[in-house]
Design a protein around this ligand. Structure first.
Ligand SMILES: NCCC(=O)NCCc1ccc(O)c(O)c1
Length: 753
């Protein structure tokens, strides 16, 4: 090989086979029968274009309207499906009882665990290590992942869905990519452990050697059990189930030192919860691990009768989950606290769609030829897509699909009245579900995901393909570039956040209408509790930060500022032991909030920021952006709840160049904060909302879920420098005790002998 560039092998193979300047999609040279394999493909790794095998052909031959399910290997955003998500062949989640698939889903009893009726693996990935298999065999009450990813029908008994995640340090383009070549009997090598990402080699962290990690897809009322086995060398971890409210199971919310002790290397921690319906995701909540690959999708489906928008789509496929993430070509730790001479900040090199993509080296122009994600649809049908923004950096993501309108029907798991747009801009932690109607000319169409904001520097983007079954594989139009993209049309969630005027070019989140009933108490004029939370950065002078014998944390911001995050002038520090299980082990002086600032707490006040909220109170929160950096809007995520987005705005006062707490309070007094509380306003429910740059959002929720719930900016680097606060709803007495033998942790400071 003898190449210096890490991706040169791929780039080289591209050079040999490339027919277009832009590079080659992985395409069969000639069309093959579905499910056959090119036996000549032995000389090079299977992803290389010159040896492309027609595994993705299979999608064209199986119509999604056939009643049979699992006729070929399905995949769920699993990082192995060779550029075909196999969607058309796996239409096993029908939303309409009378639809073509009515009654077609069979649920297999255990065993077998891994094979579907045709003997091929239906949902790969799932961990079939001896421990996972053993647990499933030992306990006949458990269902395997592919049994749980099913159409949900009223009256069907709930399942207990069992998952086993083995977390490891792993490699993109490792040797697994040479061994799992498809062979004549297996179109897809059933347990392929090859992670391709965008074709650039790097070390990563994985769950079950997949990127994204395993998808959890269940029905409402199912019980979900996930054994998380940590084998990451020298690392501790927790997994947060983003969007899952954890009612009655707060100790499984996965926030380190709030709801549990981190899982030590070599240990297994069993999470158990019942999911509220919707599109959610899981990700590591410790350190920077999320950015290195520890995330995956969660879909909690409902019987169609329970979804107010189910009449708008025919299919809700396991394969139409679209998880988008930003991607580095090095460990995230290279970026924290950050470097000076080569300060690339948080800027990702790349973007991935379901862990897939290609990368063009800006210096050489070489482009990798790894497969793009393909979503297959059948003409005339309407499909529910579930988009998950798993970005970690500050970049918003812009999704556009060539030739297709997107009808937004839900956000953050909660249904909204449908709105039609052409582009969806989303922030880290948000989810948008939309319907696509396969009503265009049967062809292949580009999907473009562009990183906005800081991602514009490197022009990070990724492409995918929306393909009509039996149509061509390759879009006929030139691949959209960062600068010449798919026309954006009407935008969901515009960055300018001009939300208080009617407009035809964009729809703000605050202009969406909830598709469900809203507790009237939420809309009462005066909430029981009103909390203003301004947030900003504190910029250290180097002589303060590097005072001898002080060791304050910091992040090197893009312009070189050394900063920490403040919410209400406090930078959150985790306590040494979990609030939920070892509250009494924590020194009360560890806690603070705006009304109780520790003595001598200066401008860089660091403590466990905790705000107490009475159980069942109607809470209003006003988040105020005091960061004041153009193009930077912070998405705030609340654990344990979804809130109603009552208003989004900026100062109406032309003289006020910069909003701050004082000004927001003044606007509130004058009744000038935007609040949609009228009959029929129906403010949408969400759990993650971007606070517009130089603006504010007003949120409300009824505090019916007791516990210690984290509220935080969802940007990863802002979390680690303290942009968090714990909302304690109710008292410890309102919480169930943690399960027996819940792990403990804490300082060890015995008397000195
Ligand atoms: N007027 C204050 C200057 C300031 O706050 N500088 C920080 C800028 C920053 C911090 C973190 C980021 O992630 C980012 O993108 C930008």
């Amino acid at each position: 090989m003898g190449c210096s560039a890490r991706y040169c092998l791929l780039a080289l193979s591209l050079c040999l086979v490339s027919e277009h300047a832009f590079g080659v999609r992985i395409m069969p040279k000639r069309k093959k029968e579905a499910g056959t394999i090119d036996d000549q493909s032995t000389s090079a790794s299977w992803w290389q274009a010159g040896t492309a095998t027609p595994f993705h052909d299979s999608g064209s031959e199986f119509s999604s309207t056939h009643g049979l399910v699992q006729t070929h290997p399905s995949s769920i955003s699993d990082g192995y499906s060779f550029g075909s998500s196999g969607a058309s062949a796996n239409p096993f989640v029908s939303t309409s009882g009378s639809g073509p698939l009515s009654g077609s889903f069979r649920s297999n009893p255990l065993p077998p665990l891994t094979k579907s009726s045709n003997g091929k693996t239906s949902l790969k990935h799932l961990d079939f290590t001896s421990s996972a298999t053993a647990e499933l065999r030992r306990n006949p009450a458990l269902s395997a992942p592919d049994e749980c990813a099913r159409a949900c029908r009223e009256g069907e008994p709930p399942r207990i869905c069992y998952y086993h995640f083995t977390l490891e340090m792993y490699t993109v383009l490792g040797a697994a990519c040479q061994v799992c070549t498809p062979n004549a009997t297996n179109v897809v090598w059933s347990h392929c452990q090859c992670v391709l990402a965008d074709g650039v080699e790097r070390g990563i962290l994985t769950a079950n050697r997949m990127l994204p990690g395993p998808s959890i897809q269940v029905c409402e009322n199912d019980k979900v059990v996930i054994d998380v086995e940590n084998h990451m060398e020298g690392m501790e971890v927790t997994i947060h189930w983003h969007g899952i409210w954890q009612r009655g199971s707060q100790y499984y919310d996965g926030v380190p030192f709030v709801t549990q002790c981190p899982i030590q290397q070599g240990n297994t921690f069993r999470y158990q919860w019942q999911g509220n319906a919707g599109t959610h995701f899981w990700h590591a909540h410790t350190g920077l691990q999320k950015l290195d690959g520890l995330y995956g999708s969660i879909v909690v489906r409902q019987p169609p009768s329970k979804d107010p928008n189910s009449h708008l789509y025919d299919y809700d496929l396991t394969t139409h989950v679209m998880l988008i993430s930003d991607w580095l070509h090095e460990d995230a730790a290279e970026r924290y606290p950050g470097r000076l001479a080569v300060n690339t900040g948080q800027d990702p090199e790349s973007v991935l769609i379901n862990g897939k993509g290609q990368f063009r080296d800006p210096n050489t122009g070489f482009m990798t030829n790894t497969p793009l994600e393909v979503f297959t649809i059948t003409p005339g049908r309407r499909y529910r897509f579930r988009m998950i923004n798993a970005f970690a950096s500050v970049c918003p993501a812009q999704l556009t699909i060539e030739g297709h309108n997107l009808t937004v029907i839900a956000t953050d798991g909660e249904p909204v009245q449908p709105v039609q747009v052409n582009t969806i801009i989303s922030f880290s932690g948000e989810r948008y579900d939309f319907v696509i109607e396969a009503s265009n000319r049967p062809a292949a169409y580009w999907i473009q995901v562009r990183g906005l904001g800081e991602c514009g520097i490197k022009r990070a983007q990724q492409l995918g393909i929306l393909r009509y079954a039996r149509g061509p594989y390759q879009p006929s139009t030139p691949a959209p570039t960062y600068d010449v993209g798919i026309p954006q049309g009407v935008v969901m969630n515009p960055l300018d956040a001009r939300c208080n005027i009617p407009r035809t070019d964009a729809i703000c989140v605050s202009q969406l209408k909830n598709a469900q009933h809203i507790d009237p108490a939420i809309l009462q004029e005066r909430p029981d509790v009103k909390i203003f939370l301004p947030f900003r950065f504190f910029v250290y002078r180097p002589e303060m930060l590097f005072q001898p014998n002080t060791y304050n944390r910091y992040l090197v911001a893009p312009q070189g500022d050394h900063v920490i995050s403040l919410i209400d002038e406090i930078s959150y520090m985790a306590p040494p032991a979990p609030l939920i299980s070892q509250y009494d082990d924590i020194n009360p002086e560890q806690f603070c909030n705006g009304d109780n600032r520790p003595a001598n707490c200066g401008q860089n006040c660091m403590c466990t920021h905790k705000v107490d909220i009475p159980l069942n109170a109607v809470v209003e929160m006003v988040l105020v952006d005091e960061v004041q950096i153009v193009n930077l809007s912070h998405p705030f995520h609340l654990h344990g709840y979804s809130y109603n987005v009552i208003g989004i705005g900026r100062s109406p006062d032309q003289n006020v160049k910069k909003i701050n707490l004082k000004h927001a309070l003044d606007l509130d007094r004058r009744g000038l904060l935007e609040r949609h509380l009228k009959q029929g306003d129906l403010p949408p429910s969400k759990d993650t909302i971007a606070v517009p740059n130089n603006g504010y959002v007003v949120l409300r929720f009824r505090a019916t879920n007791p516990g210690f719930w984290l509220l935080h900016c969802h940007f990863l680097f802002h979390i680690v420098i303290g942009m968090n606060v714990v909302l304690q709803v109710g008292t410890q007495a309102d919480l169930p005790p943690v399960p027996p033998n819940f792990p403990t942790c804490g300082d060890h400071l015995p008397p000195i002998n």
